[in-house]
Design a protein around this ligand. Structure first.
Ligand code: MSP
Length: 467
């Protein structure tokens, strides 16, 4: 892949349910980075999508009284609607039940089988349907999965095909240590390296009892274990969508910590076995917790993207998610925190600044030649490049405060003529810089601000104060 290309992915989400704050966070972060990279003239391929096979999906469809294909078709439509509302600029939307993905996944499976990396055996052990994952005793707490209801954990014994994960583990570990593919942030890499010190068993690669999946090309009686074909989506996308063949390997896979092992151990092992290049970066963020608690249906504290859009608008939602982005650690959010941040930064800080200055500048000769240069903002560029979006917002908040302080100190309302115009011109340039820096996070607001000062449109209220 040449260096002007940038391929960024989110996990493909299970479409058995609607998106919540966590899925929305990852998707917004990836979108912000995709937009930022486009602003730097990269040729960007941004992929998100839905993970549509497996036991969990089949059971949910059955409960809804629908054929799995019909169920996932409806859900894929819903997920895309949410992302469209949130102004997500993905170039393609992956669906693993599509014919294109199936064909590439089967080709890769056949190659693994032909090379002797897949063999038949018997699996005996515990399976968590919620995670779609075989578990070791040590993964459970009091015999329960820490992430799912007790009924999701079951003992299974079945004939399976296995992937020779153990054969590739030493190489994966070495590559991870040597940053052949980088796992960021450091603490997420260390967690995986520690786990790799344990004995790693081969991975079950197929299911005998789940019919809703991709049949193994060498044994139609079994379907592919959902995680294996799901990971393959990142590569299959570069094969079956038009003009994407030059985008492998991915520049970065973006995901939350619960998906770390699969993306930084299993996926590289599969790629090494397939003799395909490894992704360059895997970026693993922490989780959002709500008022100190893990978000979950049973706790009744699930926040949906719609709740946020209704309260804070689309751009407000995007900003608040970035400002609270979980980086090394989890991030605790609440409506109280969102309200305060929204009022102080967006309504009072930025919104008020724009409307005050626009009113004062009305009818005056203000210059509209603004040349923005990212190089003038090296700290923010560095934060964007390292995906520290919460720190990008902190830096931009400083610039908003500085512009407000400048305005208050210079008090152009007390001045006349060219002196007044010069002050206002300076503030307008500061605002236009802020708007350009914010463009990846709040594209619509940024456009409105440019329109206000460069095309002399009086602004609507950008962010209504929440009382
Ligand atoms: N289908 C798999 C992923 C396969 S990728 C080849 C899956 N899907 S999921 O619907 O459970 O989504 C998991 C992803 O959702 C996490 O990686 C993360 O991006 C996001 N999050 C889910 N809960 C989250 C929080 N509480 N906080 C932040 N992000 C979280 O696993």
């Amino acid at each position: 892949m040449d260096n002007s290309k940038f391929y960024i992915t989110t996990p493909i989400y299970y479409s058995n349910d609607n998106p919540h704050l966590g899925h929305t966070g990852t998707t917004v972060f990836a979108d912000v980075i995709a937009r930022y990279k486009r602003s730097q003239n990269f040729d960007v391929f941004f992929l998100t999508g839905t993970d549509e096979h497996g036991e969990k999906l089949a059971l949910t469809a059955e409960k809804a009284g629908k054929e799995p294909q019909i169920f996932v078709d409806e859900m894929a439509f819903r997920w895309q609607e949410y992302w469209r509302k949130l102004n997500i600029s993905n170039n393609e939307f992956m669906r693993t039940s599509s014919a294109g993905h199936k064909q590439v996944a089967q080709e890769l499976l056949q190659k693994l089988y032909d090379n002797g990396d897949i063999y038949k055996g018997v699996y005996k052990g515990i399976y968590c349907v919620g995670c779609e994952e075989f578990k070791a005793e040590k993964d459970l707490v009091d015999g329960k999965c820490p992430e799912h209801r007790p009924d999701q954990v079951q003992y299974r014994e079945e004939e399976n095909y296995f992937f020779r994960l153990s054969k590739y583990v030493p190489q994966v570990k070495k590559y991870m240590e040597e940053n052949v593919f980088s796992v960021e942030p450091e603490n997420k890499k260390n967690e995986m390296l520690a786990r790799l010190n344990d004995e790693i068993r081969d991975l079950s690669a197929s299911r005998q009892t789940v019919s809703w999946g991709i049949p193994l090309p060498f044994d139609n009686a079994q379907t592919t274990y959902v995680w294996i074909e799901a990971l393959m989506n990142y590569y299959s996308a570069t094969r079956f969508y038009e003009n994407r063949e030059d985008f492998w390997p991915a520049s970065v896979h973006f995901l939350g910590k619960g998906n770390n092992w699969f993306h930084t151990v299993i996926w590289p092992a599969l790629l090494i076995a397939l003799d395909l290049p490894l992704p360059k970066r895997v970026y693993v963020h922490g989780y959002y917790n709500v008022e100190g608690k893990k978000m979950g249906k049973s706790l009744g504290n699930v926040i949906s993207p719609q709740d946020l859009i209704d309260k804070y608008s689309v751009d407000g939602t995007r900003y608040l998610l970035c400002a609270s982005m979980p980086y090394e650690n989890d991030s605790d959010v609440s409506f109280k925190w969102f309200n305060e941040k929204y009022n102080s930064v967006l309504a009072n800080g930025l919104g008020n600044l724009v409307s005050r200055v626009a009113k004062m500048a009305e009818g005056l000769e203000v210059s509209n030649n603004h040349i923005f240069n990212w190089d003038d903002f090296a700290i923010i560029v560095e934060k964007y490049n390292n995906f520290r979006l919460h720190e990008v917002t902190t830096e931009i908040e400083k610039l908003i405060n500085e512009a407000n302080t400048y305005l208050n100190e210079k008090s152009p309302w007390k001045k006349e003529g060219s002196e007044k115009e010069a002050i206002l011109n300076n503030v307008i340039l500061k605002i236009l810089n802020i708007s350009a820096l914010l463009e990846p996070i709040m594209p619509e607001t940024s456009l409105k601000i440019r329109d206000t000062f460069m095309n002399n449109k009086m602004p609507e209220i950008l962010f209504q104060r929440i009382v």
